[in-house]
Design a protein around this ligand. Structure first.
Ligand SMILES: *[C@@H]1O[C@H](CO)[C@@H](O)[C@H](O)[C@H]1NC(C)=O
Ligand SMILES: *[C@@H]1O[C@H](CO)[C@@H](O)[C@H](O)[C@H]1NC(C)=O
Ligand SMILES: *[C@@H]1O[C@H](CO)[C@@H](O)[C@H](O)[C@H]1NC(C)=O
Ligand SMILES: *[C@@H]1O[C@H](CO)[C@@H](O)[C@H](O)[C@H]1NC(C)=O
Ligand SMILES: *[C@@H]1O[C@H](CO)[C@@H](O)[C@H](O)[C@H]1NC(C)=O
Ligand SMILES: *[C@@H]1O[C@H](CO)[C@@H](O)[C@H](O)[C@H]1NC(C)=O
Ligand SMILES: *[C@@H]1O[C@H](CO)[C@@H](O)[C@H](O)[C@H]1NC(C)=O
Ligand SMILES: *[C@@H]1O[C@H](CO)[C@@H](O)[C@H](O)[C@H]1NC(C)=O
Ligand SMILES: *[C@@H]1O[C@H](CO)[C@@H](O)[C@H](O)[C@H]1NC(C)=O
Ligand SMILES: *[C@@H]1O[C@H](CO)[C@@H](O)[C@H](O)[C@H]1NC(C)=O
Ligand SMILES: *[C@@H]1O[C@H](CO)[C@@H](O)[C@H](O)[C@H]1NC(C)=O
Length: 574
């Protein structure tokens, strides 16, 4: 990632601060997760500003999420790697900051993580759970101008809680100031990296036997939408499933995040489906596809170490307004991650062909035991739930339409989900038109908590596929979480991530259908979601995270705390 000009604080401002603000080592920052805009089932940082997800891996039943983190400001700058862990993909525990800037003119930008089970790096005598992170060192010159971006590594003997920088850094040197965001995977007998030459529209592929020595292998150049920069490339192996869910093949997906210059403005992520042979990626067709139909999902990364269907999470924001949204001044934090999503490829929509399904990761662990309301056939009626008593103000909603004779739909055949604030009358509207172009829409324009020329308020996507036009089925899954709305349309054929800023909490949901032809059945269920943060808060409402003082020793006998001291403590603020 590179901060847009409008948001970039000069390095002089970052480093020349007289009132130096120390960032704690060895313990997470405390967080207040009670604000009315603070998501309760999404990850957001305890305080300060977050952007790209980094270093995501899954090991021993634990998801590790690192992220670009400015712990001392409400916009980008002073970049660290924050860290959080989760067993269920929803309930995140804040951990101590994992990577600090190595000195005042170098920031640690985005990157990825691998588990080096076979000690290919040689960093891990006597252990098969060593973690290596691979990232960009963004050097700044004395006058604050951008210096070279190089790729570097750090390693952890304690499964990713504390790291040491490799003393042979950088592992890929460069003279380019626009060369960043390495993502590493295992391929056969070697490691493979995708990394962006951002302003040359190149995703370069490098290979390595040991994570230290890297050899350039190929360039994937000028594909798809260019915007004004390529960032945060990812490559992942993905099963191809038939319409019954059976695995029939496997392919690779290469994602590229664009910023600025997305079709809807600002930031967006595109993906390519293809084959990867360890050195070269070739696409199955010439199409450009987007991972999200709205505006608030960028730089997503796939967890390393997940077998079967990959799982990804993205940064739920957009550089056009991320530094201005009201959570900053009101509640002291900015940006959340998307929910975890499960991915696979399918060609089951014949007219559309290849599609990457992006479906909500099973939220069972945070759902209320029984739904607040469940209706097996609401016909052309509605289901209304006042959820003002649900403390989290977060809901999970499913609606299925089955037995739909598509030839009998009209331009008014619709299924809507509408959220309203009883206090202010503001509403968030969404719904699907079954006739005509079969379009799903979201409209956040009836909310009054944030106004910005780039904060586009209406989104839509055509979901034209019906399995059987005479007896079709269609579905939606949705999560509303105070200031976030995520929808998974048509079994995840389309996903939309939408930030929203009401002046008063949304407290009533109405699911309504109209003009459904005879024979169609509409089932709806609405569950409360338990706050994943409330249970972690102390008596003052403060979430301390994993404040355990590390006393564990590494296999070499050195205290983990000693290793942390080898990292430079950040002493400057934004
Ligand atoms: C936490 O935030 C809420 C809402 O922003 C505020 O009312 C409350 O005073 C804060 N609590 C603490 C301990 O600062
Ligand atoms: C580790 O080594 C084993 C045995 O050679 C091999 O099967 C496996 O693929 C290797 N895994 C990784 C991640 O290097
Ligand atoms: C890991 O690699 C280092 C350096 O090559 C070596 O000293 C150590 O014995 C290796 N450990 C294992 C378990 O292979
Ligand atoms: C990296 O490249 C720069 C510019 O060419 C050079 O000054 C520097 O010495 C190189 N660093 C290493 C470790 O090779
Ligand atoms: C690959 O792309 C990089 C960045 O644009 C460029 O410097 C290099 O020359 C390219 N390599 C080839 C063989 O085209
Ligand atoms: C990988 O694909 C490239 C381009 O198609 C080809 O040149 C290369 O030989 C292939 N490598 C292997 C190991 O098959
Ligand atoms: C959700 O919270 C309720 C009330 O605190 C509790 O009874 C229930 O077990 C929780 N459910 C989950 C899945 O944590
Ligand atoms: C929804 O249903 C409720 C009764 O459950 C009814 O009072 C209300 O008018 C209905 N709203 C709409 C928009 O049909
Ligand atoms: C859904 O919303 C659209 C747009 O406001 C409206 O035209 C349609 O009648 C609504 N359908 C239902 C079932 O409320
Ligand atoms: C919707 O359909 C899915 C798949 O058949 C099923 O698991 C789920 O329970 C259904 N939900 C509702 C509300 O009917
Ligand atoms: C808490 O952090 C320490 C390292 O600081 C780590 O060893 C331990 O596993 C962590 N506990 C949890 C529950 O994440």
């Amino acid at each position: 990632m590179l901060f847009p000009r409008s948001l970039l604080l000069s390095v002089a401002a970052l480093t020349g601060c007289s009132a130096a603000q120390a960032v704690p080592t060895g313990t997470p920052l405390p967080g207040n997760y009670t604000g009315p805009l603070r998501p309760q089932v999404h990850y957001s940082p305890p305080t300060g500003f977050m952007n790209d997800p980094n270093g995501m891996f899954y090991h021993n039943g634990v998801f590790h999420l690192y992220y670009q983190y400015n712990p001392t400001g409400l916009g980008p700058g002073n970049q660290h790697w924050g860290h959080a862990t989760s067993k269920d993909g929803y309930t995140w525990e804040n951990q101590a900051i994992a990577l600090f800037p190595p000195n005042q003119r170098v920031f640690v930008y985005s990157g990825s993580a691998v588990v080096d089970v076979n000690n290919t790096s040689g960093f891990f005598p006597d252990q098969d759970n060593g973690v290596v992170v691979v990232f960009t060192f963004a050097n700044y010159n004395e006058d604050g101008s951008t210096g070279p971006q190089t790729q570097a590594i750090a390693y952890s003997h304690d499964e990713g809680y504390t790291f040491q920088y490799y003393d042979g850094n950088p592992v890929i040197n460069s003279t380019s100031s626009q060369f960043r965001d390495p993502k590493v995977i295992r391929y056969g007998d070697h490691w493979a990296m995708v990394v962006a030459y951002s302003q040359e529209f190149v995703v370069a592929i490098y290979t390595s036997p040991d994570l230290k020595e890297w050899t350039w292998a190929s360039n994937f150049t000028n594909h798809g939408l260019l915007g004004a920069q390529y960032e945060c490339p990812n490559i992942v192996k993905m099963p191809v499933r038939d319409r019954n869910g059976a695995v029939v093949d496997e392919k690779y997906v290469l994602t590229i995040s664009l910023q600025p210059g997305a079709p809807l403005g600002g930031s967006v992520t595109e993906y390519f489906i293809g084959d990867f042979n360890g050195t070269h990626f070739t696409t199955v067709d010439a199409a450009t596809r987007l991972t999200d139909f709205a505006k608030d999902n960028y730089a997503a990364q796939f967890f390393y170490g997940v077998e079967g269907n990959p799982i990804n999470m993205g940064w739920a924001s957009n550089w056009q307004y991320t530094g201005l949204v009201p959570t900053g001044n009101n509640e002291g934090w900015r940006s959340a991650m998307t929910l975890p999503r499960v991915n696979y490829l399918t060609k089951s929509a014949p007219r559309i062909g290849w599609t990457m399904v992006d479906e909500i990761y099973d939220p069972k662990s945070i759902m209320s035991v029984s739904p607040l309301k469940a209706v097996t056939d609401m016909g052309n009626g509605n289901v209304t739930v006042d959820y003002s008593d649900v403390e989290s103000h977060a809901l999970y909603i499913e609606a299925n339409v089955t037995g739909l004779d598509v030839t009998k739909t009209s331009g008014l055949t619709t299924l809507n989900l509408t959220f309203t604030s009883a206090a202010s009358g503001e509403s968030l509207r969404s719904g699907f038109y079954f006739g005509g172009d079969s379009t799903f829409f979201v409209d956040r324009g009836q909310l009054r908590g944030f106004d910005n020329v780039y904060f586009t308020d209406k989104f839509s996507i055509a979901d034209v596929y019906y399995d059987n036009p005479k007896a079709a089925s269609w579905s939606i899954k949705a999560v509303i979480d105070r200031s976030m709305y995520e929808v998974f349309v048509g079994g995840g054929r389309h996903a939309g991530t939408v930030l929203l800023y009401p002046t008063q909490p949304l407290t009533v949901v109405d699911v309504a259908a109209r003009d459904m032809p005879a024979g169609a059945q509409v089932s709806v269920a609405v569950w409360a979601l338990n706050s994943t943060w409330a249970g972690q808060a102390d008596g003052q409402g403060t979430v301390l995270g994993n404040a355990t003082t590390a006393t564990s020793t590494t296999p070499s006998g050195k205290a983990a705390g000693l290793k942390r001291n080898m990292l430079f403590k950040s002493t400057f603020s934004a």
